[in-house]
Design a binder for this molecule. Structure first.
Ligand code: GLU
Length: 183
């Protein structure tokens, strides 16, 4: 387990996210990333190593982000490509995730059988892709997002996804059964 940070507000969002990720460092992690949706376009920046290395790249590339993640790899190697955030192949959904999606293998196999290509080794990407599908099927109803998480994914997970004006958080798992939140 590692860290998730999201922020909407008047402060310098990138600074808030990077400082927040740094505060999570004690939990342990191997890579970090940050993303933003601006003008309906997702941009993400990811790096192996310390939050300070991510911060250096953020500064160098003048990147602005409003949610971020520190990863402790459980599915797939410690690579920049496996670092979060993960984006659906149509670039409409982006998410970060802590924990393990226990049925990721089944979800992935099913999607691959339908011709969908995966770009990382993570369990998280299956949620990004499946989440995008479910979102489309529900005609973009925001209220469907929590239902979708409960319906499709098993295991313990905290997720955060950024839609146009919202950051959504989700919690699943035995200790929170039936409860999920958004803010
Ligand atoms: N299971 C995810 C992965 O391997 C997230 C691990 C975590 O950072 O909690 O990428």
């Amino acid at each position: 387990m590692c860290g998730i940070m999201g922020y909407i507000g008047d402060r310098d969002t990138t600074k808030v996210i990077l400082e927040g990720l740094a505060k999570h460092e004690y939990r342990g992690y191997d890579s970090a990333g940050i993303a933003v949706i601006k003008d309906n376009k997702i941009s993400e920046l990811r790096t192996i190593g310390r939050v300070s290395q991510l911060a250096e790249r953020v500064a160098k590339e003048h990147f602005t982000g409003d949610f971020g993640h520190t990863r402790w790899a459980t599915h797939g190697g410690v690579t920049e490509n496996n670092a979060h955030p993960h984006v659906s192949s149509d670039h409409r959904v982006v998410l970060v995730h802590n924990g393990i999606i226990e049925n990721a293998r089944e979800i992935r196999a099913d999607l691959e059988a339908h011709g969908i290509k995966f770009h990382t080794e993570t369990d998280t990407e299956s949620a990004a892709v499946k989440g995008r599908q479910a979102w489309t099927a529900a005609a973009g109803l925001f209220g469907s997002a929590g239902t979708m998480i409960k319906r499709f994914f098993s295991g313990c997970a905290g997720m955060l996804r950024r839609a146009a004006k919202h950051i959504w958080t989700f919690l699943t798992g035995p200790w929170k059964k039936g409860k999920w939140g958004q803010n």
